[in-house]
Design a protein around this ligand. Sequence first.
Ligand SMILES: [Zn+2]
Length: 377
Amino acid sequence: MEDFFQDFKDNLVDQYTKCPAYKLICDNQNFDPSANLICEKDIENVPFIATTLFKKSADIFTQLLRVPVDTIDKWTVSSSTSGDPSIVGRRMCDLMKIKEFTTRDKKTLGSPSNYDCVFYPEPEAMKKHKSEVICGKNTESYIGNLLDIFEFKDSTIFLIKADGDELSIDINEFKEFLLVHNNMEHHLSIRGSTILFYNAVNMLKEKMPPLNLGKNALIHTGGGGWDGKKGTLSIGSALKRQVFVEEISSFLGIPQENFIDSYSFTENSFPITGHYSPEHKDYLFHVPKWGKVMIRDIKTLKPLYNKGDKGFIQMLNAYGTSTFAGASILVDDIGEIVSPDECPACKEGCMTIKILGRVKGAEAKGCGATLNVRSEE
Ligand SMILES: [Zn+2]
């Protein structure tokens, strides 16, 4: 993991050679990675696969593999509001790469805490939740796999209990955790699904006075949910990140600077993590050196490079996609370039972006059309 460009090129050549569906897309755009990917700048010409192509309904996820289907270890699937999840074949070697990222990303993920309480089910339960068999292989929740990789301490409290297909929150256990650590300034973390956490805090607000967990507490959200939906759960409207951070920070007595959020999706390999900046009133996501993000204009799909530019997020993977065509993925989330090379808040030397969420209404229809036109090429 030292030379991103060379490793990305090797990965892309491998994908071009082993995935006929991707080769077809490249051939139609007259792009041959061996000949046309010579320098960093050429990356903007690399054809992408839109995440919509991995949807169950598109029915070509088996053709987006680079290896025979009987050699994959599992189908990783997204949590889906519509019943139309993304389905991505993976082998353990690819999941182990993600583990390597997590190990290298310790700095952004916060110093180790002594007490952890999470709004997730136990990884095994999450992985198996609503699992089915497709082409002889089990489906497993992608988030469940990420949780498994994260390696929670044995003492971690998992607040979401799985009972068959149903998931429920143990609110009393959460309340107890908060009371035990109130006014103690313990090194603790509360991690998990944004909406579940937000809902739980709102429930407690009606029953107890504000708390003071202090400056050593970390709040780490992940798995999206900012659009107000997660799986079959909905709070009816989008949740503004600023509102979430300000309300939780004030009720739990934790500084806003201690809030981080991880962004990942099933078709991609490297998660990116952002820390909240009270000044920017948003999370600033650092793009790690083992991945690359490109922002593309919503209408023209042309690459954008300047501060303030907004567009679709394209993820370029050099690692962890040896099983499937995941080297270059376009997702229908909108990102904004905060800085091409340095985080303005903590001065880390990396591309920094905000994640603005999905496009809406008429614009979304336009985008859908754009994505489909591109994917049919
Ligand atoms: Zn930063």
